[in-house]
Design a protein around this ligand. Structure first.
Ligand code: LLP
Length: 385
């Protein structure tokens, strides 16, 4: 399977825009569903933060997945797109009272709680509504995901989760919070993880933690392993659909789930990453004394990952079949970090060629900004053009 770009149809659309291959999204969802159906106790909550485009959300919701939200806005977007609220989990180190109330009003599945003051805040809000809030403790498992420092979350110095040495104290605090009920534990060690070893370590650590909590006489119904499965940015065509089989098998093989225990996952990037591309028009080819620059009408306002994380996105010229030349590919924003590639070999490029920045379906459109008073990008879908 490959993504086909209808460049002739693109010509009439205002660039830059996001283009979503809906066939690929559906195939990816097929792969997730067929892998997870193998396990009766497996539950998927799509991480809305990766892409909250309403059309994308509604396609995912129709397949029966739940949602992982990190703000009140995401909860509202997920509910609007058709995710059942009883499959919504709510994470994040800083939940505002209105967001907690929004979650309670929608009777979500679970709050993933990251600290004692948060636990107390949820207890107060739930008591005011006469409800008991289901909570999972997010525990920092101190497992190094060996990924980019800005997207690693499970090391002891990260701001996320409750440290293991504080777990006893937190369990004691819980005893005095009658409007919250502990139903599980939650982890997330980082993102763009392509080697299964860190996930295996997470399983081992999770098993120890479950044992520790069981000694307190508590049965944990839900173990949530977060997200993190990576995608192939270098060669998207080699693996348009991530290896979900290997990923889920790692957990079901290495984590000794108790009878009745449910395993939850929060994939984001692996669900939507490969189906989206940023399409941009070449404004100018500028021949400097040292370099040739391809200047796009897309910049870090539309795709911030290269500027923020040094991330690589494959770049293709959709309208040139000429022999390759070497370019720096840059955007129009007045900052030198607005650069997508240095010394890139790409088919000889001219003004008004169309360029695709691949693998941009996750953390692309949703992280766009209006810096320089630029309009937010449109989105178009393969089945609607
Ligand atoms: N669950 C939790 C608690 C998370 O913090 C995240 C991502 C996910 C699930 C989904 O992880 P995924 O399956 O997508 O790896 N903007 C960055 C990525 C930030 C990820 C933040 N947390 C990027 O563009 O690479």
């Amino acid at each position: 399977m490959t993504t086909v770009f209808p460049a002739d149809k693109f010509k009439s659309l205002r660039t830059p825009f996001y283009y979503y291959d809906i066939g690929l999204l559906n195939e990816t969802l097929n792969a997730i569903c067929s892998e997870t159906e193998k396990y009766a106790n497996c539950h998927i909550h799509y991480a809305v933060k990766a892409n909250a485009n309403q059309r994308i959300l509604s396609i995912i919701a129709k397949r029966g997945l739940g949602a992982d939200c990190v703000s009140g806005g995401e909860i509202l977007a997920a509910v609007k797109a058709g995710f059942p609220s009883e499959k919504i989990v709510f994470a994040g180190v800083g939940k505002a009272d209105w967001e907690i109330r929004t979650a309670l009003d929608n009777n979500i599945f679970c709050f993933n709680v990251e600290s004692v003051p948060e636990l107390e805040a949820i207890n107060i809000q739930a008591a005011q509504k006469g409800k008991v809030a289901p909570v999972a403790l997010r525990i920092n498992p101190e497992v190094d995901a060996h990924t980019h420092q800005h997207i690693t979350t499970g090391k002891k110095e990260n701001k996320f989760g409750i440290n293991i040495d504080q777990l006893s104290d937190v369990l004691n605090v819980l005893k005095n919070q009658p409007s919250v009920k502990l139903t599980g534990i939650h982890f997330h060690i980082g993102s763009q993880i392509t080697d299964m070893t860190p996930f295996q370590h997470l399983c081992e650590r999770a098993a120890e933690i479950v044992q520790f909590i069981e000694k307190e006489g508590i049965f944990l119904e839900n173990i949530n392993f977060g997200g993190g499965l990576g995608i192939d940015y270098e060669h998207p065509e080699n693996q348009l659909i991530p290896n979900f089989g290997e990923y889920f098998e790692t957990f079901f093989r290495h984590f000794p789930a108790r009878h009745g225990q449910q395993l939850h996952f929060e994939p984001g990037r692996s669900v939507v990453g490969q189906c989206g591309s940023l399409i941009s028009n070449v404004l100018y080819v500028k021949e400097g004394s040292f370099k040739k620059f391809v200047i796009l009408d897309a910049g870090f306002t539309e795709l911030i990952r290269p500027a923020l994380y040094d991330a690589y996105h494959k770049i293709e010229n959709l309208t040139s079949a000429l022999s390759p030349e070497e370019y720096d590919v840059v955007g129009p924003i007045c900052e030198s970090s607005d650069c997508f590639a240095i010394d890139l070999k790409m088919n000889k490029t001219r003004r008004n060629d169309l360029i695709a920045l691949r693998s941009a379906g996750a953390y692309g459109e949703i992280m766009a900004s209006q810096y320089n008073c630029r309009p937010l990008p449109d989105a178009f879908f393969s089945d609607e053009l």
